[in-house]
Design a protein around this ligand. Structure first.
Ligand code: TYD
Ligand code: MG
Length: 454
């Protein structure tokens, strides 16, 4: 039997149970229920005084829209993902794996914003002042007028922020903050929820923009994800493939902007450098293109990005062939393999298949289907695609290659980077490069095998 006021909170989904169980009844996670003592039973409303309510003043939809003002941080790759700068009084959650560079990015963001005149504070609950200061000095940010503090007590932070008014405050990280109103351990769902709730309230009330850092757990979710994601105005994630210097900032939710924008950075000795032209970066332009490589002309947010898909099809040493994919969806790979086998007679069922998006970028566009298929066919048939060719197009289960959006932007970017031809379901009229128009995957595979590009 639970102690008085004790409940069991699932650390994965945040569901509250009155009894302990080995498996969470809400999300089926195992061993995720942790006892927490609540000051008030869950779901109970705070006692309210009987006050007279005011009627709502309803408004029409046609009135003028006033765009929210923005704090430009001066780091364009960051501002663009936020929707053109940070909205004052908004709350942003920045999630990412430990060590991906969240603290580095935000230190650069506050330093840059402070230099542009915003009053900024950086509150670290994870590192000592010396560590943060040392990093700032190494990155050449020591002269920026950022107010630095280390603190994990939510009460002290809230008190200070009520006394001193800032434009932008970084809380690094939300998992280290604890509120003395709750007995639960720091990092637990109860504490994360309480701390985020208080900080978001303060943001709205004082008009301070607050960025909360959240570490992603190994399951790929931000601890207490559902409970804080709905509280904040924007959820950004910072991603990077281990071993690559590139980092991508993505918007997962944004009340003040689009969510398909990405910001690209490169981690170096003096912090993160903005990558303004990602196309050139993810592409290996030197040397001959080997069999198994295809350059995909993609779109990320508002920008075209060219990346190389690399495939290796090899005899399988085991009964069950391996399927390994980095930077693309494995379900999508299975679909493309099935279409290659069923519609084009290119059976790879008993061979190992490796597919890699070069540079560490993660591609989610269906337009990449044809590039993946071309890379796979090129490796399986051992025929290299022409060096100066880009590929894009969506593949349907029937084996059709379907046109995709924003072809013109893709082609223009490819032409700008020196590509002379495209292998795509596109109209050759007026295109800036030579187009081999493909509408059937079978025809595309035949052309790759025969080197027929006209
Ligand atoms: P950090 O910002 O501490 O990550 P997070 O806050 O997401 O946990 O980044 C840590 C990594 O970044 C660490 O492995 C070292 C690397 N790094 C550089 O390569 N160059 C630099 O200038 C800095 C500051 C960090
Ligand atoms: Mg950190």
């Amino acid at each position: 039997m639970a102690r008085d006021g004790a409940v069991y909170v699932c650390q994965t989904c945040g569901a509250v149970q009155s009894k302990w169980a080995g498996q969470c009844p809400a999300c089926s996670a195992w061993n995720s229920l942790v006892e927490e003592v609540q000051s008030r039973p869950p779901g109970a409303l705070a006692p309210t005084k009987a006050t007279k309510s005011r009627g709502l003043s309803f408004q029409g939809l046609e009135d003028e829209v006033v765009a929210p003002p923005r704090i430009a941080t001066g780091i364009d790759e960051f501002d663009r993902v936020c929707g053109g700068g940070i909205v004052p009084g908004s709350a942003i959650l920045l999630g990412g794996d430990p060590g991906v560079g969240k603290s580095t990015l935000l230190l650069q963001v506050v330093a840059s914003a402070a230099r542009l005149g915003a009053s900024c504070a950086y509150i670290s609950g994870e590192e000592a002042i010396e560590q943060v200061r040392g990093r700032a000095q190494r990155m050449g940010l020591a002269d920026a007028p950022v107010r630095l503090a280390t603190e994990t007590s939510l009460r002290d932070i809230l008190d200070s922020l009520k006394r001193e008014r800032f434009d932008l405050v970084i809380i690094d990280s939300i998992q280290t903050m604890w509120s003395d109103a709750h007995e639960a351990a720091p990092g637990s769902v109860t504490q994360v929820r309480a701390a985020a709730g208080e900080l978001v309230r303060l943001a709205k009330k004082q008009g301070v923009a607050v960025i909360l850092v959240g570490h992603v757990t190994k399951e790929g979710t931000i601890a207490g994800p559902r409970v804080i994601e709905h509280m904040v105005d924007a959820v950004l994630s910072f991603e990077g493939e281990r071993g690559y210097p590139f980092r991508v900032l993505r918007g997962a939710k944004n009340r003040f902007g689009a969510t398909d924008e990405i910001g690209v950075f490169e981690m170096g000795d003096s912090g993160l450098a903005e990558v303004r032209n990602p196309s050139a970066l993810f592409l290996d332009t030197k040397g001959e293109r080997a069999a198994g490589a295809a350059v995909f002309a993609g779109i990320e947010g508002s920008r075209p990005v060219l990346v190389e898909f690399q495939a290796l099809v090899a005899p399988s040493a085991y009964g069950t062939p391996r399927r390994a994919v980095v930077g693309w969806d494995s379900g999508r790979l299975a679909m493309v393999l099935a279409v290659l086998e069923a519609r084009c007679g290119l059976g790879l069922g008993n061979r190992d298949v490796y597919l890699n998006v070069a540079g560490g970028l993660r591609i989610t566009e269906p337009a990449a289907d044809l590039a993946a298929a071309a890379a796979l066919a090129s490796s399986a048939l051992d025929v290299a695609l022409p060096q100066d060719c880009v590929v894009f197009g969506e593949i349907s289960l029937s084996g059709d290659v379907r046109p995709v959006g924003r072809s013109e932007t893709r082609l223009k970017e490819a032409a700008k980077l020196g590509f002379r031809r495209a292998f795509a379901p596109a109209d050759p009229d007026g295109a800036p490069l030579r187009i081999t128009n493909v509408t059937r995957l079978g025809d595309a595979i035949r052309r790759i095998g025969e080197g027929d590009w006209d």
